[in-house]
Design a protein around this ligand. Sequence first.
Ligand code: G3P
Ligand code: CA
Length: 276
Amino acid sequence: MFKRTASVLLMAILLASFFVTPAFAQKIHGKGGNSKTINIAHRGASGYAPENTIAAFRKAVQMRADYFEIDVQMTKDGKLVVIHDTTVDRTTNGTGKVGNLKFDEIRSLDAGSWFAPEYAGEKVPTFGEILDQFRGRTGILIELKSPELYPGIEEKVAKEIKKRNLHHNPHQRIIVQSFNHDSVQKSKSLLPNVPHGVLAGMNWKNVTDVQLQQFATYADYFNPNQNLLTSELVDRIHSKNMKTWPYTARTQEQVDRLLGLGVDGIITDFPDLLQK
Ligand code: G3P
Ligand code: CA
């Protein structure tokens, strides 16, 4: 009897010691003891399907990404559409600036064939249809793309979010971000309970603590180009109570480096890289 109790006890101690090893702790909690690293499919699972299309967003959900990222712009007649470039040239069979084309013109374009023939007929989605189809099923990271070209876009985006009651608390897995920090500030004032993120390109390489502190007055995330991140910067971002989801990892090596730095999430074209 004593022998059995002793061996059960020994097993329990061995198991417990495994679960508190640094390696295991890092795997499930991240470097800083934070929770699981969030997997964000960039423009949908854009490594596998044409970016910013329903096909890419479905793929992201199917691949169990925690969030997908979208780029929102505005047509000439004021409709919110999901597309990355400020022209339709690269990702559709049309030409012209998004802001110079009417919604019906953009909607008639093929946004899938450029990627692969099997995606022929994919359309440029509207912001509203993405919210309707995917809210609650996955998180949505909304980038206001070049908002300086589209006066009033922050109000329109806020209206769509409010219409669907997604603005009441910070746990509804809706986040708004932009490289245009004035736009982020404006959006935050319209949607105070929705988390916001500041995007930072390589020009923010020498971001100071004072600047981070200023961002933290309206942003919950500081999301930089992955090449800008160091372990020291991750710690400084965390010390301002912000999280960091760098963009855009495309290789296992990049994902592994970012995991080692203790980031909170990784924006990637290949959501499966975080699951390996
Ligand atoms: O979410 C961040 C990332 O999407 C920013 O870069 O050019 O892909 O919009 P870009
Ligand atoms: Ca983007």
